[in-house]
Design a protein around this ligand. Structure first.
Ligand code: FES
Ligand SMILES: [Fe+2]
Length: 367
């Protein structure tokens, strides 16, 4: 397909520095869109939970008695006290507030409220935990902070069955690295959206997948990206250029020669290779800072083999990630200058131009 940046230019500096823009993003993007929060495998059993501290909110993500994933604001319905402080763990039958010992079942309903029977009008059923919409897709967990969210299946329609060959539900996280990046979240997405920088910044990556070997199969909208062809003598993104686990069983011949990269607005980068999948979760932390949680996912069967060694994939991307964060941080410094002016995108940056269009459309549409 023909790529075109349509003569677009980079975003003005205020989008990377301005607190008012940041808050507009909070209202119109991060409070409305489905946010990737982690993997179902982090909470496999009833009662397992983790806390998501994001967007100024604390959310409990748990698996209930019926193995359904639920998300709740981490606040007591009595006097609003934060219920749970420990980042991950397992609840028993209930969640108890330490203040006056109100207890909630794992489905959020209020179970016990000591002495409240003395209040004539009090009904336990009026005070369940405040639920946040959640969804589980391909083993990935999402929440939506809107009171009236677009149904997940509708919002994710272009992706729903697109990656079924990778059988991502069967994949387990074998490694996680959390990076603190001194750059606006959009610079992380924009950097991921092009390989124009690969020859100069990532010579090792560029040997495995030469930068012009790329095409796109999603070219407009909230999900963008497509495949890159491996060079003849490589078949995965690792230190050696060779797979470090058996290729995922359902992939066809063509997929074994491709690495796929997708941006999933507003907080997920999805990278799929013949033998593993990598997911970046990008979290905002003010206009000039981001936290990036990078997970390496392998087939559960492959990961229990005695000779399983994912280090070649982990090291490869840890090096590449840090190269990318370095230029993202340098970009943040430059676009914060009073002298910065939007510059022209190359044709090889057409996906950033499309990403920016979708970002601006979403930012404004709910104003
Ligand atoms: S604030 Fe939680 S029981 Fe009182
Ligand atoms: Fe890069």
């Amino acid at each position: 397909m023909t790529r075109s940046a349509q003569g677009a230019k980079t975003l003005p500096g205020k989008y990377y520095t301005d607190q008012a823009i940041y808050e507009l993003e909070t209202r119109n993007i991060f409070s409305k869109k489905w946010l990737y929060v982690g993997r179902g495998g982090e909470i496999p059993r009833p009662g397992d939970y983790f806390l998501l501290e994001t967007e100024g909110e604390s959310i409990i993500i748990l698996r209930d008695r019926n193995l359904k994933v639920r998300a709740f604001y981490n606040i007591c319905r009595h006097r609003g006290t934060k219920l749970c402080e420990v980042a991950t763990g397992k609840f028993g039958q209930t969640i108890q507030c330490i203040y006056h010992a109100w207890t909630y079942r794992l489905d959020g309903t209020l179970h016990g409220a000591p002495n409240m029977h003395e209040v004539a009008s009090f009904e336990k059923s009026d005070y369940p935990l405040l639920q946040v919409a959640s969804a589980e897709w391909e083993g990935c967990l999402f929440i939506n902070l809107s009171d009236n969210p677009e149904p997940f299946e509708q919002a994710f329609a272009p992706l729903i069955s697109k990656f079924s060959k990778w059988q991502m539900t069967e994949l387990i996280t074998v490694h996680r690295i959390v990076y603190e990046v001194a750059a606006n979240w959009k610079l992380v997405f924009q950097n991921y959206s092009e390989c124009y920088h690969c020859p100069s910044l990532h010579p090792a990556l560029n040997r495995l997948t030469p930068y012009r070997n790329s095409s796109n199969d999603l070219m407009e909208g909230p999900f963008l990206g497509g495949p890159m062809h491996f060079a003849e003598d490589s078949d995965s993104m690792t230190m050696t250029g060779r797979v470090c686990a058996a290729p995922l069983a359902q992939l066809d011949e063509a997929d074994l020669r491709l690495a796929y990269y997708y941006t999933v607005q507003p907080n997920m980068l999805l990278s799929l290779f013949p033998d593993y999948v990598m997911i970046h979760r990008v979290e905002r932390d003010g206009p000039a800072k981001s936290r990036v949680v990078c997970d390496w996912l392998f087939d559960a069967q492959a990961a229990v083999k005695p000779d399983f060694d994912p280090s070649g994939a982990i090291e490869f991307w840890n090096i590449t990630n840090q190269q990318d964060w370095q230029v993202s941080e340098l970009s943040q410094l430059g676009v914060s200058s009073r002298a910065y002016q939007p510059g022209p995108y190359a044709e090889l940056e057409s996906m950033i131009a499309a990403w920016d269009r979708e970002y601006l459309r979403t930012l404004k549409e709910n104003e």
